[in-house]
Design a protein around this ligand. Sequence first.
Ligand code: NAD
Length: 326
Amino acid sequence: MAVRSTREIRRAVVTGGAGFLGSHLCEHLLDRGVEVVCLDNFLTGSPENVLHLMERPGFRLVRCDVTDYVHVPGPVDLVLHFASPASPVDYLKMPIETLKVGSLGTLHTLGLAKEKGARYVLASTSEVYGDPLEHPQREEYWGNVNPVGPRGVYDEAKRFSEALTTAYRTSQDTDTAIVRIFNTYGPRMRPDDGRAIPAFVGQALAGRPLTVAGDGSQTRSICYVDDTVRGILALAFSTETGPVNIGNPDELSMLDLARWIVRLTGSASEIGFIDLPVDDPKVRRPDTTRAQQLLDWQPQVPSEEGLRRTVDWFAAQRELLAAHVG
Ligand code: NAD
């Protein structure tokens, strides 16, 4: 059963708050009556993602590169460090930025949490398990990562951030926690961020062939954003330290995912195949026993329902754009 923190959380800082996950976190925190300072340099996110929050009392958006410095006047009870390029297309294009935000960005945000006596949650990732030799992945598994492979910039940045976050807990008495997030999808993903779901949905809605990597037999488990955010906040509002896996254990092949999306969009698109990226993990599935036991959390949105909501959002965005373009 979840152990709730006795700490009262009135004001939170969300780094990367103008990104996909960060913007949903800001919204859910405001819904719970928590004031939010959203820090973002708009590297891969956009103010548009939080435009609907601008008029809400207690919300503040500040342009800030957390690799330079982090200064937030006033009290802070919670720091959620979510700033980082997250899609393979982004971090392969921005390897140094990715390593800097994982190292310097994590250092500065941990410094902020220490200074303010705030709780700290690091957004880590299933990528710390690399191309896993253990399946499904439990938090005890140390991973199989190639540090000099192209994906190393992201995986190792997150592994370093985990070590730094742990060191602040053990040597600086900072109240830290680590969440290892597995593939999450939903509204506000960028259509061009290179991740499979927005890519497939965009292709299907445009009637173009869907580009499945390899033979499509590699699997992923996909979690709808509302479930992921609920899990992250359950950890943030608890006294647990993690690492805790948050993800949906339902596993599906990339080929099945493409077929589902074609069906949900009612598209006549065909399915085509492209080369598999280097070091692409073949399987990925969280063991969520820890999240269930410690946080009383499990995903609630079935994949078909989550995908339907996502398809509807992308379709509405296309219509909006078409209306504005004329
Ligand atoms: P995203 O790219 O949509 O959001 C990242 C945000 O961080 C963007 O708004 C970007 O502008 C901002 N940012 C990047 N560098 C910054 C810097 N130096 N200073 C300030 N802001 C900066 O990505 P996302 O999918 O929302 O991922 C958010 C976090 O969650 C990342 O840390 C990512 O590693 C982690 N995560 C996401 C997933 C997922 O499935 N989406 C899975 C595992 C982990």
